[in-house]
Write a protein that binds this ligand. Structure first.
Ligand code: P71
Length: 459
């Protein structure tokens, strides 16, 4: 036997293709200047391989597309809402479903309902939209993730874990000022890192002791469950998803990630009173409580996608592709966040560009350089994303200064991963020529989406 390991392949074949446009380097040099060195401001037609995000960029299955034809576009009581409600109850286990247009719609509603001015919301690292909605409701986010999460080189298998001592300190020191603890599975800004079941159980015990609710950011909970399966307890992903959710009182969900849809989201809770308030709020900001900003066909696609997302073979291929890209870069000695995450590979821009100080936005500059090299689009996740302190206006200086290569689900092939890896290697070999950027336009909220930059020295 010459093989000691047999390969596996994606558990699907391709039925529809979308042509990609290849541009020249000169064209891309122009395009990135026009985009103010911000990959969010590029036209997607000018992008070759789009690793900006795994959000809403998934390829739907034939079943999801067929389901869209069954969209019931009634204003009230659409049958697709009831299908989605049944699915959410069965797969995640929460009692009440409040649909929203996407994840941040759910974050807005839960933040406005539970947070009072001056409250603290501990969480396992910030996420941009989550923290902003907490702040807009008058709250303040407190980071209680384990310190390893802030170190790109640490190979802790569960870098999404909560530092229990830190959490206990916040809970003890601020009685009645913590409306809930927010736990993300996986942790996006840490590099797609999972929380262990063991840690989540301990967080549950601690919050219960203090009478504090636990709200899950379930956006990538199936990817988290896959890591739990691989690293902690060998049980089916679907079972582990259900168990994670059972340890919490409710969740916010962006259906644009795990659930394999292009748009959608929801808030799900067990508490009848919170559900009633949320159903009342959703009609102000999102739409009626049986659609929340989604069309009937969107809700159908989400319902079907949720079931597909918790299949073991799907998750093995999904996370397996991310690991494939990450391992290639790692083997070439390119600095990435370890362990390799669930939804993307994160370049450590500090180590990649040690000559560019954080004030000059190394990750932003690296993302621009990668685009110019190959047309691969990535996203900055560093000082620009971190923004400013809501009360002092000072810039946050996060320890993690990263460029994310997020992999859309079921969209690209192994050859696309090879082309991407080779582009990163070329940029790495030429890294001495990459300089810094200064921000010349800064929007007030979520500045990274629309900020514009100029090079500090001629490149
Ligand atoms: C991602 C996104 C989309 C995004 C959002 C903000 C800045 C850049 C890109 C969205 C998430 C997420 C988590 C853990 C809530 C949301 C909001 N991620 N929680 O990674 O990752 O969901 O986009 O549906 O409103 O590219 P929403």
């Amino acid at each position: 036997m010459r093989l000691n390991r047999r390969s596996w392949a994606e558990p699907y074949k391709i039925k529809v293709v979308e042509p990609l446009r290849v541009t020249t380097r000169e064209y891309r040099e122009r395009a990135i200047v026009d985009a103010g060195y911000n990959t969010f401001l590029l036209r997607s037609d000018d992008v070759y391989i789009d690793l900006l995000t795994d959000s809403g960029t998934n390829a739907m299955s034939d079943r999801q597309w067929a389901g869209m034809m069954l969209g019931d576009e009634a204003y009230a009581g659409s049958r697709n809402f009831y299908h989605l409600e049944d699915t959410v109850r069965r797969v995640y286990g929460y009692k009440h479903l409040i649909p929203t247009h996407q994840g941040r719609g759910a974050e807005h509603i839960i933040s406005q309902i539970l947070i009072r001015p001056g409250d603290l919301i501990p969480g396992n690292m910030y996420f941009t939209t989550t923290r902003l909605h907490q702040e807009l409701a008058g709250g303040r986010f407190v980071d209680v993730i384990i310190p390893e999460a802030h170190d790109p080189a640490s190979e802790h298998p569960f870098k999404g874990n909560v530092d229990l001592a830190k959490l206990e300190q916040v809970l003890r020191g601020n009685p009645a000022r913590v409306p809930y603890v927010s736990v993300a599975a996986t942790v996006n800004m840490a590099g797609g890192q999972p929380i262990s079941l063991e840690n989540l159980r301990a967080v549950r015990q601690l919050t219960a002791l203090h009478g504090v609710r636990l709200i899950l950011d379930a956006t990538r909970v199936a990817e988290n469950a896959y890591f739990n399966q691989q690293r902690e307890v060998d049980r089916p992903v679907a079972e582990l998803v259900r168990e994670i959710c059972s340890l919490t009182d409710g969740c916010t969900m962006s259906a644009k990630k795990d659930p394999l849809a292009n748009i959608g989201g929801f808030l799900a809770v067990n508490d009848d009173v919170i559900a009633e308030s949320a159903r009342n709020m959703v009609v102000i900001y999102e739409g009626l409580h049986t659609y929340g900003g989604m069309s009937g066909r969107d809700m159908e696609a989400v319902a079907i996608g949720i079931d597909e997302s918790v299949q073991d073979d799907h998750m093995r291929a999904r996370v397996g592709q991310v690991q494939y890209l990450g391992q290639k870069l790692r083997d070439w000695g390119i600095p990435i966040v370890l362990p390799i995450g669930g939804h993307g590979v994160f370049l450590d821009a500090r180590a990649f560009l040690p000559h560019v100080p954080q004030e000059l936005c190394p990750a932003q500059s690296l993302a621009a350089a990668i685009y110019v090299d190959s047309g691969v689009r990535t996203m900055e996740r560093g000082v620009v994303s971190a923004g400013r302190d809501a009360s002092t206006g000072e810039e946050h200086m996060p320890q993690l200064e990263l460029v994310r290569l997020a992999i859309p689900r079921r969209v690209y092939t192994q050859a696309h991963m090879d082309v991407t890896a080779e582009s990163i290697l070329c940029v790495y070999e030429d890294r001495g020529r990459i300089g810094g950027l200064k921000m010349v336009y800064e929007p007030k909220y979520l500045r990274f989406f629309q900020a514009r930059f100029e090079p500090t020295v001629r490149q």
